[in-house]
Design a protein around this ligand. Structure first.
Ligand SMILES: *[C@@H]1O[C@H](CO)[C@@H](O)[C@H](O)[C@H]1NC(C)=O
Ligand SMILES: *[C@@H]1O[C@H](CO)[C@@H](O)[C@H](O)[C@H]1NC(C)=O
Ligand SMILES: *[C@@H]1O[C@H](CO)[C@@H](O)[C@H](O)[C@H]1NC(C)=O
Ligand SMILES: *[C@@H]1O[C@H](CO)[C@@H](O)[C@H](O)[C@H]1NC(C)=O
Ligand SMILES: *[C@@H]1O[C@H](CO)[C@@H](O)[C@H](O)[C@H]1NC(C)=O
Ligand SMILES: *[C@@H]1O[C@H](CO)[C@@H](O)[C@H](O)[C@H]1NC(C)=O
Ligand SMILES: *[C@@H]1O[C@H](CO)[C@@H](O)[C@H](O)[C@H]1NC(C)=O
Ligand SMILES: *[C@@H]1O[C@H](CO)[C@@H](O)[C@H](O)[C@H]1NC(C)=O
Ligand SMILES: *[C@@H]1O[C@H](CO)[C@@H](O)[C@H](O)[C@H]1NC(C)=O
Ligand SMILES: *[C@@H]1O[C@H](CO)[C@@H](O)[C@H](O)[C@H]1NC(C)=O
Ligand SMILES: *[C@@H]1O[C@H](CO)[C@@H](O)[C@H](O)[C@H]1NC(C)=O
Ligand SMILES: CC(=O)N[C@H]1CO[C@H](CO)[C@@H](O)[C@@H]1O
Length: 539
């Protein structure tokens, strides 16, 4: 049966849509992302100090930054970018400097000290801008926690004269993340005692004097060390009897992640002001891709929801990725909630659901197109054209599990092909035999991809069945994908599971078309495919 095939293109007449992206640096040859934060030049790793300035309505992201090279190295600084819309970013320069060349201003966070608990702020600094950074000072002898505060809305910082405010006689004591705990009216810090596999929890009235109250230890994957913890309370979507939600403790590990290298895991539990007690034994990956590390959440979001950003790279290969004059980008900002999801026909689990934030108004005209009930047969792929290597798609499909034999490889694949050289492509698909999604980022002329032994090209993503009943073999799936020049973010089943992966094509060969193909007829029913192409006149 031939199904109706519909493809409408809206928003065609708007001039801005076709204006070319401006390349900001003469030497930006290798497909710099447009809506993922990158430093102008130099090396970037963990996101730090995320906060929202309610007075200026401005989001601040700081990050581990080496301006002197495109690999990690000392002295290490805090770089700084801001955004009005969480979509386009302005690089606003270094915010915090280390005190010596063999030292680093390592990862940390920022809080807004509205009520001047520190005594750092006079009337001239409005309460919404009383920002204090809590960060790790790394020297060859120790890692200790420092305070710096800003009197100009987060651009420049002064060091507190009483530093350090917290030490543990250790060279492996880092990455403080502080929040305000309403119930106990205290500041709470979680900080990694990295090589003891402990997350220390400390409380304070003034950010200066810290009392140790407990250690969370040996949860989940340990790997070589714990880094970059975070503690937040998330609402449980669709379950009002879950009250105010559950607490979530994020812990990054490097190396030793199930994907290889570095990744971010989380635990769900209770926090009573001093102790975090997991309510489930299981650990979860917040993103099953290869490029999602050191997740940090924003202090003071305008709607009290939890937003976060992660470093979109992996310590296994980050120093070698073929970009110049910068290395690494951040992920998109994501909003996090908990949801109960059907892990399999018998069991529901509590899980983090991630939703990416992209502001289409900030991007000028987006060109949406929509297809319903697409008819694809073996040898007759459908093709969709693209322009700038920046697009957002949604695909929904059902799979008839009884329509193929054991010897037949039944896949539905999207081939995302380079506009100038179609032999460079990303393949994303679903294999019905294994009932699993896959990603293949290995089809490129960039030698580095083939030569680097850690840059995994083929990966699988656990499937998330949406509908399974005892007498039916039909399962349905939905996937949203956002591609931005050299990074792919995939959200399965409305964000129940996410996979973030970078990919590298020859410079200028942005993805220019999508071929949708099947390996076996009558197995897949693509009920919906929608595509937004994003255009921007600047950046
Ligand atoms: C671009 O790279 C060349 C060669 O490495 C260098 O001489 C030149 O200064 C660079 N230009 C910019 C704008 O960075
Ligand atoms: C989006 O944010 C960027 C960075 O702050 C800013 O330059 C731009 O004007 C904003 N655009 C819109 C439409 O808000
Ligand atoms: C750090 O190194 C730079 C460049 O070599 C040098 O100019 C500066 O004096 C050094 N700073 C300190 C504190 O040693
Ligand atoms: C903040 O506290 C300091 C030290 O107690 C004090 O000097 C200052 O006036 C306070 N600022 C405000 C706005 O109350
Ligand atoms: C390190 O922290 C632990 C609490 O986790 C504390 O018992 C111990 O005394 C601290 N050691 C030093 C040297 O500060
Ligand atoms: C600090 O750590 C070192 C090395 O682990 C140890 O020898 C020393 O006794 C410790 N000092 C204190 C005050 O705990
Ligand atoms: C909603 O949350 C409550 C409290 O956590 C839990 O007991 C209940 O089982 C949840 N409801 C459903 C439908 O899962
Ligand atoms: C928090 O939980 C810990 C561990 O269960 C317990 O020892 C402590 O008394 C609790 N504190 C409060 C305030 O309930
Ligand atoms: C966010 O939470 C604060 C503190 O609980 C509250 O005062 C404020 O009204 C909340 N804002 C929104 C938009 O819900
Ligand atoms: C079989 O599936 C149909 C449709 O999903 C459902 O209405 C029916 O109750 C199912 N029958 C049994 C025995 O599970
Ligand atoms: C595909 O799905 C649509 C919408 O659910 C349905 O109307 C159509 O009959 C299905 N086609 C096939 C071949 O399963
Ligand atoms: C050691 C070194 O080269 N330090 C330089 C790193 O970059 C900063 C900011 O550009 C310079 O001020 C340092 O001199």
């Amino acid at each position: 049966m031939k199904l109706p095939y519909l493809l409408t293109t809206l928003c065609t007449a708007v001039g801005v849509a076709s204006s070319p992206i401006k390349i900001t640096h003469a030497n930006d040859t290798v497909n710099r992302p447009l809506v993922h934060l990158t430093p102008h030049e130099g090396w970037m790793n963990d996101p730090n100090g995320l906060w929202y300035d309610a007075k200026e309505e401005l989001w601040h992201v700081y990050y581990q930054y080496n301006p002197n090279d495109t690999v990690w190295g000392l002295p290490l600084y805090w770089g700084h970018s801001t955004s009005k819309n969480l979509t386009l970013w302005d690089d606003v320069g270094v915010a915090i400097e280390p005190m010596a060349n063999n030292s680093g201003a390592y990862s940390g966070c920022m809080v807004i000290d509205y009520s001047n608990t520190t005594g750092f702020f006079g009337e001239d600094v409005s309460p919404e801008q009383r920002v204090v950074a809590i960060w790790t000072y790394n020297t060859p002898e120790s890692e200790t926690q420092y305070l710096s505060y800003s009197l100009d809305g987060g651009y420049s910082f002064r060091s507190y004269s009483g530093n350090p405010v917290l030490e543990n006689n250790s060279t492996q004591f880092r990455d403080p993340k502080v929040m305000w705990h309403e119930e106990t009216q205290k500041w709470i810090m979680v900080v990694a005692k990295a090589q003891q596999f402990k997350i220390g929890i400390y409380t304070s009235d003034d950010l200066k004097e810290w009392t140790p109250v407990s250690d969370f230890t040996r949860g989940g994957y340990l790997g070589y060390q714990y880094e970059c913890p975070g503690l937040v309370k998330l609402p449980v979507e669709g379950n009002t009897s879950a009250g105010n939600g559950s607490w979530v403790l994020f812990v990054s590990i490097n190396p030793g992640s199930p994907q290889g290298g570095s990744s971010t895991q989380y635990f769900i539990g209770d926090f009573n002001g001093t102790h975090f007690i997991p309510t489930y034994e299981n650990t979860n990956s917040i993103d099953s891709g290869k490029d999602y590390y050191a997740l940090q959440t924003f202090f003071n979001s305008p709607d009290n929801q939890t937003y976060g950003i992660a470093w979109a790279s992996n310590w296994q290969y980050s120093a070698f990725v073929p970009t110049d004059p910068w290395r690494s980008s951040m992920s998109l900002v994501r909003k996090f909630v908990l949801e109960e999801f059907q892990a399999n026909p018998e069991t529901k689990l509590l899980n983090i659901k991630s939703t990416p934030i992209l502001d289409y108004d900030a991007l000028g005209c987006a060109h949406p197109s929509n297809g319903k009930n697409l008819f694809i047969t073996v040898g007759n792929p459908l093709q969709f054209s693209l322009v700038q290597g920046l697009f957002d798609f949604n695909i929904s499909f059902s799979v008839n599990g009884s329509a193929f034999g054991g010897h037949e490889f039944a896949d539905l694949s999207l081939y995302l092909r380079g506009g100038e050289n179609k032999d460079e492509y990303l393949r994303i698909g679903f294999g019905a035999n294994a009932a699993t999604f896959f990603i293949d980022r290995g089809h490129t002329a960039v030698n580095w991809v083939h030569e680097n032994p850690f840059f995994t090209d083929k990966m699988s993503v656990n499937n998330q069945p949406l509908t399974i009943s005892n007498n039916s073999t039909i399962s349905t799936y939905s996937v949203r994908g956002i591609v931005d020049r050299n990074i792919l973010e995939l959200y399965f089943n409305n964000g129940s599971q996410v996979s973030t992966n970078t990919f590298f094509f020859t410079g200028g060969n942005f993805i220019g078309s999508i071929d949708m193909a099947v390996g076996k007829d009558n197995v897949f029913n693509v009920t919906e495919f929608s595509l937004k192409q994003l255009s921007t006149g600047s950046h």
